[in-house]
Design a protein around this ligand. Structure first.
Ligand SMILES: *Cc1c(COP(=O)(O)O)cnc(C)c1O
Length: 456
């Protein structure tokens, strides 16, 4: 076994194709349903908001999809990303485990999100579309898409959840630097936004509301398409560069993952990391624990129902079969804004349902405790979202300390937290609340679930 800290790949070793898990899932993915007819969505239904190539990727049964050279050229600005053996953290914990983290925080916007933002901007540009709309929670996705659009000389409109717009001015400024146009959602620019404001003029917004606004904007403007930063099959597909590189990096140091841990908001960084490993697990070739971490305040995988539900609050998007807390659920304002979504990627939910992935939830304080320990040993200040993964990763290493097992535990480090310092201030000053599972609010939102059958 190698004694390296940083396991780096040469630019020439960038994956040349994304891995598509659809033909390899334990059970076929249930189709998304048209919200008006309740029938499976046809590619034509998606044409007003997505370009053909992304619609094809959404349903493709090809195991490998070539990465266009224009996208590879941009990936080279920061990829391949390093896999790092966290030796100082191992020592601080006194664990016999080998702890690795894949650092996606080295991209220009600071997270894994440009892996798909660049691909989506590229396919839209190629289809002759020069304007994209999107939503953003904490601002990570909005900044990634603004960055990608600037590289392709495209226009980007971002509906940013109001609570984050007020709390996180630096991400908004970052979007402005890359030429993005940013509005605090709910806005009075769309029917969906106006309807929310009428009911509650003080609404602080939610990701579901912002999605409704961005989709409506794209659907009602001929020259404009929509881009989603997580959840959809093509997004997880683009993120598989993370897991493909990690596999190769572990081979280089002659190691093999026993456990993989990641955080889940919609499931894209986690999916990107784990999907290249799941086929071997499903085929019984690689015994590996795969653990998805989410916040206790928005416990989609651990407390949600496996049901068809809308992707947005207004009920405009197709219905997807997924674990959901109900599309009207507005989670408490925790600092991990990127983990406050009511649903999760259908691919990931399929894997949880079939026992390939095990979910686990934490409250904020133990999460920030892990983040600070990480910053004090490995040096990097993690995003609050990423810190959820770190908590799960550290707890797995502490288990090894008890049992003496020398496992290799891999964590997807989804992004840095340089724009989240106010959250750290709250933690260090003892101002963070440990929201437990908001049972009443979830029960109320689950009453609004549309009545469609589970698993057609
Ligand atoms: C957006 C984001 C997440 C959550 O989104 P996923 O689609 O679940 O990956 C996690 N970490 C960071 C740093 C993010 O920006």
């Amino acid at each position: 076994m190698s004694d390296s800290y940083k396991i780096v790949l040469d630019e020439k070793e960038l994956p040349k194709a994304w891995y598509n898990v659809l033909p390899d899932l334990p059970e076929p993915l249930a189709p998304p349903l048209n919200p008006q007819t309740g029938q499976p969505v046809s590619p034509d239904d998606l044409k007003p908001i997505f370009p053909d190539e992304l619609i094809m990727q959404e349903v493709s049964q090809d195991r490998w999809i070539e990465i266009p050279s224009e996208v590879l050229d941009i990936y080279k600005l920061w990829r391949p990303t390093p896999l790092i053996r966290a030796r100082r953290l191992e020592k601080a914990l006194g664990t016999p485990a080998r702890m690795y983290y894949k650092n996606e925080g080295v991209s220009p916007p600071g997270s894994h999100k440009p892996n798909t933002a660049v691909a989506q901007a590229y396919y839209n540009k190629k289809a002759g579309v020069n304007k994209l709309t999107t939503e953003t929670g904490a601002g990570q996705w909005g900044s990634a898409l603004s960055f990608a659009c600037s590289l392709f000389d495209m226009h980007c409109t971002v509906y940013m959840v109001k609570v984050s717009y007020n709390q996180k001015p630096y991400r908004r400024i970052l979007m402005h630097i890359w030429g993005g146009e940013v509005y605090p959602s709910p806005t009075d620019r769309t029917n969906a936004g106006r309807a929310i404001l009428e009911k509650n003029p003080d609404s602080m917004g939610s990701l579901g509301i912002a999605i409704s606004e961005a989709v409506e904007d794209a659907a009602t403007h001929e020259d404009t398409n929509y881009a989603l930063g997580s959840v959809l099959n093509h997004v997880l597909l683009h993120q598989t560069v993370i897991g493909l590189e990690t596999k190769r990096q572990l081979e280089l140091v002659e190691d093999k993952a026993d456990v993989i841990v990641g955080c889940v908001g919609g499931g894209s960084n986690f999916g990107g990391m784990i999907l290249p490993f799941v086929k071997d697990k499903i085929d019984g070739k690689h015994d590996i624990d795969i653990i998805a971490i989410e916040p206790k305040s928005c416990p989609t995988l651990t407390k949600g129902l496996y049901q068809y539900d809308y992707g947005d609050t207004a009920g405009m998007t197709p219905l997807m079969l997924m674990y959901t807390l109900g599309h009207t659920f507005e989670p408490p304002g925790i600092h991990a804004g990127g983990l406050r979504y009511h649903g999760d990627a259908p691919i990931l939910c399929n894997l949880v349902k079939n026992g390939v992935v095990s979910p686990k939830a934490y409250t904020q304080n133990p999460v920030f405790e892990a983040a600070v320990l990480f910053a004090r040993t490995e040096g990097i200040v993690p995003a609050p979202e990423t810190s959820h993964a770190l908590r799960g990763w550290i707890d797995e290493a502490l288990k090894c300390k008890e049992t003496g097992e020398e496992k290799a535990i891999v964590c997807c480090f989804s992004g840095h937290g340089h724009f989240d310092l106010a959250a750290y201030d709250d933690y260090l000053e003892g101002r963070l609340e440990d929201y437990e599972y908001p049972e009443d609010k979830i029960a109320e939102a689950l009453k609004d679930l549309p009545k469609f059958p589970t698993g057609l």
